[in-house]
Design a protein around this ligand. Sequence first.
Ligand SMILES: [Zn+2]
Length: 65
Amino acid sequence: MKQKKIPLRKCTGCNEMKPKKELIRIVKLPDAVDENGEITAKGNIELDFTGKKPGRGAYICNCEE
Ligand SMILES: [Zn+2]
């Protein structure tokens, strides 16, 4: 018997593996840096409901902020 594979992603909130559809994708936008390479503004973290935003993606489960 072959088992159907469900894609799992790790929730960055609770560190548990969960099915992708139960998770919300969050995207960390890059930090702004000046010419010396010092961070002048932290990149925002945005929720990505479309799954198409560029940037560092991570997944978090629905129950957490
Ligand atoms: Zn979680």
